[in-house]
Design a binder for this molecule. Sequence first.
Ligand code: ADE
Ligand code: ZN
Length: 334
Amino acid sequence: MQEFIQGLPKVELHIHIEGSLEPELMFRIAERNKISLPYASVDELRQAYDFSNLQSFLDIYYQGASVLLYEQDFYDMTWAYLEKAHAQNVRHTEIFFDPQTHTDRGIEFEIVISGIHRALTDAQQTFGLSSSLIMCFLRHLSEAAAQQTLDQARPYKEKIIAVGLDSSEQGNPPEKFKNVFETAHKEDYLAVAHAGEEGPADYIYQAIELLQVKRIDHGVRCMEDEALVRLLRESQIPLTVCPLSNIKLRVFDDLTQHNLKQLLDYGLCVTINSDDPAYFGGYISENYLACEQALSLTKEDIVMLAKNAIKAAFLPDARREALYLELDQYVQSC
Ligand code: ADE
Ligand code: ZN
């Protein structure tokens, strides 16, 4: 099964590029930028990755991102993720970035997007790995700040497929960002939002109804509301589930308690993703494999999860069909 999962052509739909910054690269970039990290070594930093909830993770995650100053730093971080993704047979990836994490430190929007985008172009050329960028607003900040970020993105609009919403969920409901999402829709961005990770099922409703999202990121707390589960099944609004993240951030006690298999069996469009792989102990293959083992997923379940991700991706028809074909051919050859 490990071999089957490794070779499976995969699509990833929930990965924060800042969350792919491995400690080794973080230290290397910190050194060349003459920034001192409050940890003596890579090992000491890794030991700090013991989280009690989402906020305890976010505090360390924002601190980690503070080493990124120059275009080359954003390139190197993104390229490292893309090499890893390619090694795990990721064929298409939709990547979140958090401009405010950088612009609030005085880094130009242009530096951030240029470095990330140059790596994406290189991965398309070198690996045939296709990708898009999703710009997330930090929900612990104001709607006005999100609006300002949307304004800053305007010259780079062709490089961004969708807007998203991330950071501290509880107390920052989707409705807080209703107006900025409305503006984003008018400017032809697609929309997604983190909802129902730590926050209640009602935030998932709000994201669907008020923000008009095409996918829900996480969404695992939907099961607290039967009517919502029915809505998600009927509408096939996808959930980008991140199993190892949910364990590290204590959304579930352990992976055997995770509701991914139940959601899949109910017929929801569930996908598997890595979220912040440098912090949560695994990239996409490790997420698939850990679920296969803890939840006794069958080969059919795994193929369904991979198909769901192709279905849920923001792709032109031709690329989507090519990915379905590649998956079918792989399954037949096994
Ligand atoms: N930013 C990075 N990872 C996140 C997560 N799991 N939830 C909310 N915001 C995030
Ligand atoms: Zn996330």
